[in-house]
Design a protein around this ligand. Structure first.
Ligand code: UDP
Length: 239
């Protein structure tokens, strides 16, 4: 029999770097199809999935600031980078068997839909994956903050931050061998101790609107399925 989901609607945040795989620029098709498969698996048991993807694998707003580039222009370029990644996800998830809509916070209507909240929710109800592109649509924000914002707007019951480590640690586990992983940590502890989870704006949004956040290792196949079926041993819960 099929496992029962304990979450109805989730928002998954992937950084641009998540798509790199072994290279230092661009998009790995292996990583992309693996993530697409994980998404389709949890949809098959009835979970609605929305995705926010970053753009750091292609461009970050502050990237050319040292050379004098205007920051707002840089951020526009960064947001466009997220659209590129969103289109890559759309293609991979459709090949894995699910319908997808990309919804951009800035209008690029020949390429994807624009973000309209009620339409996004309708897509999810119809079993389509929604990939939110272009972050919040505003400079000086991040796609982590965009993920919190969209999670609140679509009333997701869980936000998932996909990383290459299996949760939140007391210190950087790469540098400090005594670092230990939290099973669970509060929003305020994350803020007070400046734990590296997401930027502070993103954490505050989740805290104030009571969206629980789980940090997990996206490279571990099966972990996403474990999480949506209620296995609380995977990753770190921030709530
Ligand atoms: N960005 C922005 N507004 C947003 C989200 C993103 O201006 O609401 C720009 C910003 O320049 C950022 C870039 O898009 O550096 C890529 O996003 P982010 O750095 O969050 O990507 P990630 O680190 O998740 O790959």
């Amino acid at each position: 029999s099929m496992p029962e989901p304990v979450h109805k609607r989730i928002l998954l945040k992937f950084s641009g770097e998540a798509l790199l795989g072994d290279s230092d620029f661009g998009i790995s098709s292996e990583v992309l199809s693996k993530l697409a498969r994980q998404v389709c698996e949890v949809m098959d048991i009835g979970v609605e999935v929305a995705i926010v993807v970053g753009g750091g694998n292609i461009f970050r707003g502050e990237g050319l600031a040292g050379g004098g580039m205007d920051r707002v222009t840089g951020d526009h370029m960064g947001m466009l980078a997220t659209v590129i990644n969103a289109l890559a996800f759309q293609d991979a998830i459709e090949r894995a068997g699910r319908k997808v809509r990309v919804m951009s916070a800035i209008r690029i209507n020949q390429v994807c839909e624009e973000y309209i909240r009620r339409r996004a929710i309708r897509h999810l109800e119809k079993g389509r994956v929604v990939v939110f592109a272009a972050g919040t649509g505003n400079p000086f924000f991040t796609t982590d903050s965009a993920a919190s914002l969209r999670a609140i707007e679509i009333d997701a019951d869980l936000m998932l931050k996909a990383t290459k480590v299996d949760g939140v640690y007391t210190a950087d586990p790469m540098r400090d061998p005594t670092a230990t992983r939290y099973d669970r940590v509060s929003y305020d502890e994350v803020l007070d101790q400046r734990l590296k989870v997401m930027d502070q704006t993103a954490i505050v949004l989740c805290r104030d609107h009571k969206v629980p956040l789980r940090v997990y290792d996206m490279t571990a196949d099966g972990d996403l399925m474990k999480i949506v079926t209620g296995d609380t041993s995977v990753g770190t819960l921030v709530d």
